[in-house]
Design a protein around this ligand. Structure first.
Ligand SMILES: [Zn+2]
Length: 336
C-alpha cells in the first residue's frame, strides 16, 4: 500500500523549514491515520540527497537505503514486541514466547540513541530517529530521553509518535514541536483503500471510525473472519454462548474481540440515543434488535469495563476467562 497522501501538506510545510528544523517533533493524532508512516516519510525526505519539491526523490542512494531499511543515519525505536514480525514470528525462531516480549520501550533502547548520535553522520549530514509509540516509554527511559532532548544532538531530528500524548511527561512534550495529524476526508480514505485492494472498504472504514490504516488492517481476511464470528455471537437473540465462544481464546483473538465488542457497544449506545450505528453498518438489523432489550446503565458499565480491558492489553491475563467475563456482562446488558 502506498504511503498515505493526506499528510503531504503538513510534511511539505515542515520540510520547507529544512535549514532550521526543530530538534524534536511530537507527532500525535488518532490511531490508524498513518502517524508512523508520516514520521518515516519525514525521515526519508530529511535524509534524501536530492529532494524533489522538498520531499524524498526515491532514487538517490539515501532513498535506496531507506527503502531497504538499512539507512546508517536512521533509527527506529519500538517496544520489543512490535519489532520485525509484529509478534507473529514463530516461537522457535524468536527464541522466546512472543507473548512475553516487552511492550515497553526500555532505558537501554534510549541509551542506544546516545551512542548513535555520538557518531558522525554517514551521508547527507542529517540523522533521524523515530520512536513509537512514545507512551510506551518506561519512566527511566523517559527520563533518559528527556536528557537527550535537553541537549539536542546536532543535525538530528527525533520524532516521537503517540496516540496519547497526554500520557507523556510534560517536560518531554514541552521540548517537542507538536504536529497534530488528522484523518483524511472519507472519499480520499476510500480511494486509498481501493488502491491498496482492500475488501469491503466502506464497512472497514466505518468500523475504523474513518481511520484508513486501521481500516486496511481490519479488512484483512483473518480480521474479517474473526470479526464475523464475534458479531454472530453478539447478535444471537438468546444471548452469546459464553463458554463455547471462549474455548481456546488466545491473547490476539481477545484483543480482536475487545475491539469488536467496544465498537458494537458504542453502536448500541448510539441506537439507545436514537442515532444510527456508526461502526457495524452491515449489522444494523441485529444491532437494532439487541438495542431494544438492552439496558442503558449496564451498557455504560460494560463500555467502561471494555475500555479497562483494552488498557490492560499489555498485561498477562487469562484470555479465556476475560472473554467469558465480558461476554457474560454483555448478556446481562442486552437480555433486559
Ligand atoms: Zn532521495
Amino acid at each position: 500500500m502506498s504511503s498515505p497522501p493526506w499528510h503531504r501538506e503538513v510534511l511539505e510545510r515542515l520540510m520547507g523549514r529544512r535549514p532550521r528544523l526543530p530538534h524534536a517533533l511530537l507527532v500525535s493524532g488518532r490511531p490508524g491515520i498513518g502517524k508512523v508512516a508520516f514520521a518515516r516519510e519525514f525521515a526519508r525526505s530529511l535524509l534524501c540527497e536530492s529532494p524533489i519539491d522538498l520531499l524524498a526523490c526515491g532514487e538517490c542512494p539515501s532513498c535506496h537505503w531507506f527503502g531497504q531499511s538499512n539507512h546508517p543515519d536512521y533509527r527506529e525505536i519500538v517496544p520489543e514486541a512490535a519489532e520485525e514480525g509484529d509478534g507473529e514470528t514463530p516461537e522457535a525462531e524468536a527464541g522466546k514466547d512472543p507473548a512475553r516480549k516487552s511492550l515497553v520501550i526500555k532505558i537501554d533502547q534510549v541509551r542506544a540513541i546516545r551512542d548513535f548520535v555520538s557518531l558522525s553522520t554517514h551521508r547527507a549530514g542529517h540523522r533521524a530517529i523515530v520512536l513509537h509509540p512514545a507512551e510506551a516509554l518506561q519512566p527511566a527511559a523517559a527520563n533518559a530521553l528527556l536528557k537527550t532532548l535537553e541537549e539536542p544532538p546536532p543535525a538530528t531530528v527525533i520524532l516521537l509518535v503517540s496516540d496519547r500524548p497526554a500520557r507523556l511527561l510534560a517536560t518531554i512534550r514541552s521540548r517537542c514541536e507538536s504536529v497534530v495529524l488528522r484523518a483524511p476526508a472519507r472519499a480520499q480514505a476510500l480511494a486509498w483503500l481501493a488502491e491498496g485492494g482492500a475488501m469491503d472498504a466502506e464497512a472497514s472504514l466505518a468500523l475504523a471510525g474513518g481511520a484508513p490504516l486501521l481500516a486496511a488492517d481490519l479488512a484483512r481476511p483473518e480480521e474479517r473472519d474473526w470479526r464475523r464470528k464475534v458479531v454472530a455471537e453478539l447478535s444471537r437473540p438468546d444471548g452469546a454462548h459464553v463458554f463455547s465462544f471462549a474455548v481456546g481464546m488466545d491473547r490476539a483473538n481477545l484483543d480482536r474481540t475487545l475491539f469488536v465488542m467496544q465498537t458494537w457497544v458504542h453502536d448500541l449506545l448510539r441506537l439507545k440515543h436514537d442515532s444510527g450505528p456508526r461502526h457495524h453498518i452491515e449489522a444494523a438489523a441485529a444491532l437494532k434488535a439487541k438495542a431494544r432489550r438492552a439496558r442503558l446503565d449496564r451498557l455504560l458499565a460494560l463500555d467502561r469495563e471494555l475500555l479497562e480491558a483494552r488498557r490492560l492489553a499489555g498485561h498477562p491475563l487469562n484470555a479465556r476467562l476475560a472473554a467469558e467475563h465480558l461476554m457474560m456482562a454483555y448478556n446481562r446488558a442486552t437480555l433486559g
